[in-house]
Design a protein around this ligand. Structure first.
Ligand code: BDR
Ligand code: CA
Length: 334
């Protein structure tokens, strides 16, 4: 018999807060699909120290101590770092005091780990999932452009096309923080799978969905509920969507079941000029300029099937007998 063993390695480039955490928890839970998950942090929602700590805290909460966490870029390529502390709080994961992690990040940087992982594994086995500004990926491909053709797929949560921006009128946060890096990524890969706000603004955590998080095994369920309630208050108030979007887990859901989404091939350019449109992602929707298509744009979502996938993944975490619900309480007044 001819046995073929296909490795499927996920590198998750991330700036945890809660959206990011749910995304990587989903990927870790599906070890039947993903043979190895590596967490690469980068400065984004909060400082590199905070987001790295947050990743470790969440991994310890579910006792996923086997997952490697690498610490990445502490600032965007060119400009000063812009935080999202107005949304996620000062530490990037506010609302619940999780214990300080006993695990530590590895000694390797996120970008060097990305390079080594791609170089050391067969072509077509490594998928890069970007849930944060694209600084690490840009650094890695500037150092080793030859890795590009070995990468199976790059999929990013970022950008805003027909939808308006969420950090400026024109730009989505992950692209706006480091447009120079985004420009490098969008012009280097033959195809970037891109999940923009156009899609994630249809993936709304309604009151009922928020309640569903409590039904996940403890202590995870309550922790997610409390953290989401804190972090999503800002967007719930800001938009008239009947709740707040759950952005980053769309990337993992896409890898699990792309039939939940609609897509189209388009050409996208990133505006990295200073001014009103810095960080905008410009799509040639009607193919006016006949540019080469460089993006598989994920523009639609079946939100009910999406949340089913989210909860199917989270349901795989076992009940931890050592923890009780009452050990998990918010640091804010409900
Ligand atoms: C993106 O920005 C971050 O704040 C979220 O984690 C998500 O990656 C949404 O614009
Ligand atoms: Ca993120």
């Amino acid at each position: 018999m001819n046995w073929i063993y296909m490795k499927n390695i996920l590198i998750i480039d991330t700036d945890p807060s809660i959206d990011d955490a749910i995304a990587f928890l989903m990927a870790i839970a599906r070890h039947d699909l993903f043979d190895k998950v590596i967490i690469n942090t980068t400065a984004g929602n909060s400082t590199i120290t905070n987001v790295t700590n947050n990743a470790l805290k969440i991994l310890e909460l579910v006792e996923a101590r086997h997952i490697i966490v690498n610490r990445g870029a502490s600032a965007p390529l060119v400009k000063a770092h812009i935080l999202a502390d107005h949304v996620y709080g000062k530490m990037g994961l506010d609302g619940l005091d999780l214990p300080n992690p006993s695990m530590a990040a590895s000694l390797q940087s996120s970008y060097d780990c990305l390079i080594d992982t791609v170089v050391q594994n067969p072509p077509g086995t490594v998928t890069i999932c970007c849930l944060a500004p694209l600084t690490n990926v840009a650094i890695a491909i500037k150092k080793r452009p030859d890795i590009i053709h070995k990468i199976k797929k790059i999929i990013i949560m970022g950008g805003a096309f027909s939808e308006a921006g969420n950090i400026t009128p024109a730009a989505e946060f992950n692209i706006y923080v480091d447009p120079e890096a985004a420009q490098i990524v969008f012009t280097s890969f033959p195809e970037v799978v891109c999940i923009p706000l156009d899609c994630t603004h249809k993936a709304i955590i309604t009151k009922d969905i928020l309640e569903r998080f409590r039904s996940v095994s403890q202590p995870l369920g309550n922790a997610l509920y409390i953290l989401l309630k804190y972090a999503k208050a800002y967007d719930t108030k800001k938009y008239n969507f009947g709740g707040a979007p759950l952005h980053d887990p769309t990337v993992i859901a896409y890898l699990i079941d792309k039939n939940i989404f609609s897509t189209k091939k388009v050409s996208v350019k990133v505006d990295a000029r200073n001014g009103l449109t810095r960080g905008a992602t410009i799509v040639d929707k009607y193919n006016n300029k006949k540019y080469q298509n460089n993006v598989l744009l994920v523009d639609g979502i079946d939100d009910s099937r999406y949340f089913d996938v989210v909860f199917e993944c989270l349901a795989r975490y076992p009940l931890n007998q050592h923890h009780h619900n009452d050990e998990c309480s918010p640091t804010y007044h409900e």
